[in-house]
Write a protein that binds this ligand. Structure first.
Ligand SMILES: Cc1cc2nc3c(=O)[nH]c(=O)nc-3n(C[C@H](O)[C@H](O)[C@H](O)COP(=O)(O)OP(=O)(O)OC[C@H]3O[C@@H](n4cnc5c(N)ncnc54)[C@H](O)[C@@H]3O)c2cc1C
Length: 424
């Protein structure tokens, strides 16, 4: 038992009276069974990279980050290079990525940092970028989890209720292992372009955002030019941006983001293995700023220009609180609580200074500006949506709720956050 601590960024202090750091799946099962026998609550905790009380509970926080990762590829992967790897849910993406690369495999995509747990990231619909790349949960082919009675189940991609569970907010159980799709390793080159005019983005957002395997636009809203455009080109599939691309300058020396250290960032200007180029931050570096709050809204890609113009009209309110905005794309999927459910998506992200009151105060203004575009908030980041707005944003929520209840009839995994949003 240990002090439950806080989120990675310190934006929420967990009030859970008990933290269990399981070292085996058996111990995790015993923890859930013990809580069930006493009618107490449990929530799974990953690497704490969400920004609020989503993972909190009045009972036991249960983390699997110390359970051995034990990755295993299936026969299809071993013979033809495309199949699945099964791995412990508490494993960090960066750890699995290194294991896969050593054996000649890759995942289709990664988030901005490799430090997050696979269980926590997929449960909140975490995404990277790329017009053809689904979020990280779209790689999930099967889940093993502990339900509210302490029973262990395996659910595969073909199961009827799988789309509720792959992005399931830990609302139905504790995921212990996941099967993820793998493909043969590939090389990516990352280039940073500065000085592209904002108007160039507004004229045709996809001309920039669709220009590589994975593209991120970093900006402040009131500036005439975009801060940086990161183009990650899959070697053999496209060409890196030429000097002068969209009127910008391709950087030829290491470039950093928001007062950061270039040594924390993945390498620029040369091809390298997917795991060393798709995330922005290196596993052995410090990701992002740390003293920050994050927010992100998902809108339809077809609304990109109008949605960006609407947010840009608020630049005077946003920029004094903002460290940086990142714009990315995510391919549509069929996972009920995914931000990209049945929608080709533009993700509009804000890394805020850690100034909670003014940040909380500006969010409703941004949400009102985006309302015509039916935004969906990222589950792991700050927003001010209420239950009614969440249910309008996520049209399959009622069905997901029924699936969650079916695996957790006593409500062991319900917490204040999920109740507030009527997810459970
Ligand atoms: C610096 C930084 C960069 C980020 N970059 C990105 C990004 O590029 N793209 C993006 O989309 N998001 C990003 N995020 C958000 C982050 O990916 C999500 O908040 C994600 O949930 C973090 O995973 P975690 O393991 O820390 O989960 P936690 O915050 O620990 O938990 C999140 C949720 O998952 C549940 N959960 C965790 N483990 C399990 C499990 N084993 N079984 C069942 N439920 C579980 C918890 O109960 C909780 O509901 C970033 C966050 C930070 C701090």
């Amino acid at each position: 038992m240990a002090d439950a601590g806080a989120t990675w960024a310190g934006t929420h202090t967990f009030r859970a009276p008990r933290l269990v750091i399981a070292t085996s799946v058996d111990e995790a099962v015993a923890t859930v069974r013990d809580a069930a026998s006493r009618n107490e609550k449990v929530r799974a905790l990953g690497t704490r990279h969400s920004f609020h009380d989503l993972a909190d509970t009045d009972g036991t926080l249960l983390t699997l980050t110390e359970v051995p990762t034990e990755p295993e590829v299936d026969d299809a992967a071993a013979t033809v290079g495309r199949g699945t790897v099964t791995v412990g849910a508490g494993t960090r993406y960066g750890v699995l990525a290194a294991w896969l690369e050593e054996r000649g495999f890759a995942l289709h995509n990664l988030g901005s940092l490799p430090h997050i747990s696979i269980g926590g990231a997929t449960q909140t619909g975490t995404h990277g970028s790329g017009v053809l790349n689904g979020n990280l949960a779209t790689a999930v082919r099967g889940l093993e989890f502990i339900d509210g009675a302490g029973e262990v189940h395996v659910v595969r991609r073909v199961a009827r209720h799988f789309p509720a569970l792959a992005v399931g907010l830990g609302a139905f159980g504790v995921v212990t292992r996941l099967a993820l799709a793998v493909e043969p390793t590939f090389q990516v080159r990352q280039d940073i372009v500065r000085g592209i005019a904002w108007d160039e983005l507004l004229k045709n957002p996809l001309a920039l955002l669709g220009a590589g395997y994975s593209v991120s636009v970093f900006t402040r809203w009131g500036e005439p030019t975009l801060e940086q455009v990161w183009v990650k080109t899959r070697v053999g599939v496209g060409s890196p941006p030429p000097q002068g691309w969209h009127g910008g300058t391709v950087m030829t020396s290491p470039t950093t983001l928001v007062d950061g250290d270039p040594a924390d960032l993945t390498e620029q200007g040369t091809p390298g293995a997917w795991l060393h180029r798709l995330p922005h931050f290196r596993l052995d570096g410090t990701p992002s700023n740390g003293d920050e709050i994050q927010t992100e809204y998902f809108v339809a890609r077809s609304d990109a220009a109008a949605a960006l113009a609407a947010v840009r009209s608020l630049a005077d309110d946003i920029d004094p609180l903002l460290m940086i905005t990142e714009l990315r794309t995510v391919a549509a999927d069929d996972l009920w609580l995914s931000g990209s459910y049945h929608r080709e998506t533009l993700a509009i992200h804000f890394t805020w200074r850690n100034d909670p009151e003014p940040v909380a105060a500006v969010l409703p203004t941004i949400e009102a500006a985006l309302a015509p575009f039916k935004p969906r908030p990222h589950w792991g980041k700050w927003h001010t949506f209420n239950a009614e707005q969440i249910s309008a944003a996520y049209p399959r929520l009622a069905e997901a709720r029924a699936v969650f209840r079916s695996w957790d009839q006593s409500g062991m995994f319900v917490n204040d956050h999920l109740s507030r949003l009527a997810v459970r």
